[in-house]
Design a protein around this ligand. Sequence first.
Ligand SMILES: NC(=O)c1ccc[n+]([C@@H]2O[C@H](COP(=O)([O-])OP(=O)(O)OC[C@H]3O[C@@H](n4cnc5c(N)ncnc54)[C@H](O)[C@@H]3O)[C@@H](O)[C@H]2O)c1
Length: 385
Amino acid sequence: MVDSLGVAVVGFGWMGRVHTQAYARVLHHYPRLPLRPELVTVAEEVPGRAEEAAAQFGFASTARDWREVARDPRVQAVSITAPNFLHREIGVAMAEAGKHIWIEKPVGLTPADAGAVADAVAKAGVQGAVGFNYRNAPAVEAARELISSGAIGTVTHVRIRLFSDYAAHPDGALTWRYERERGGSGVLGDLASHGADLARYLLGDIASLIADTAVFIPERARPTGATAGHTRATGGELGPVENEDYVSCLLRFASGARGVLEACRVSVGEQNNYGFEVHGTEGAVSWDFRRMNELGVSRGTDYQDQPVSTVYVGPGDGEFAAFQPGAANAMGYDDLKVIEAHRFLRSIAEGGAYGATLPDAVHSAAVVDAMVRSAESGSWVNVQA
Ligand SMILES: NC(=O)c1ccc[n+]([C@@H]2O[C@H](COP(=O)([O-])OP(=O)(O)OC[C@H]3O[C@@H](n4cnc5c(N)ncnc54)[C@H](O)[C@@H]3O)[C@@H](O)[C@H]2O)c1
């Protein structure tokens, strides 16, 4: 017996589209899921965008104001895919209205924002999933298992990188992402938040860190119309970039392991170069998002000159079997969101948490906040999770 679950999407830019596609596909990959998401409504402030989404994906209705979604009794679960500065207000309001929420990272601008949404979700007794999609990759799950099983010995150090060129073009429009009030701490909330979650997912809590930040493109042209994703704007009036293009930091984990985390949104020549290399006393494991279904693995007892193998993940790893029948049939980015949708809906069906939740967002926000404090003070700071 499959019950239907009324879902809504608030903010129909890139992530709104990806969440919607995930709802549409989730039962194709998880036929035993006892809930069928029904696309009830989509809220968008840009005129016409919600109507286009409804025509393309079959939402039964549209709204200009997300508050209509909070009041809509047909809606039981809401994807919050609006810009960062709206996460707190919308997240708290939806939870208080009794809606389960699937909210995008970084969940607001500060740890206090993420904490407010986490508290509202806990108080309302609803489920809260967060868009830390990289941890859903079967290869990341396999790496986590390798590490926790001791297959690479005791972890000594890790390098985590998130390099992108999405803001590298000097004509990239001055959207909400570059404003402190609406976008928060720039690449810290945007990419380093993913890195912080991956680091903790693989290796446990980060205890302290020291960070350095920079803005490399200090001015951008204001957009002349509605924007989505990474719009260009040429010839417009210039305005200041208020938040960080770059962050690097040294990490000390509670386990004693050391790490380096670096994130940049203006890296010319780097497209989604996200990944990690984890080193242990007996081996190493590495992952590159651009080759999402592969792991580099070195294990054994040679220590020196120990070979590294490329391992293709397969049906035994993570959620791979829900997508492909055998190793080296590639999965893609959108599949990670289908996994996330499944975990969210399974949480609703079963009443327990699966996948990244709001406490994970609070932890990630605490690491980002430590980066901000350290960059200001120029010294090591403790992560206050
Ligand atoms: N998990 C990931 O890998 C990932 C990737 C990209 C973005 N994100 C996150 O997703 C969120 C959205 O990012 P995006 O890239 O989709 O941005 P986007 O700019 O493409 O889309 C945001 C949409 O929200 C709409 N919007 C703005 N104010 C609104 C309001 N008051 N009511 C309704 N709609 C409103 C905008 O018009 C736009 O269509 C951000 O928090 C971002 O950090 C996550």
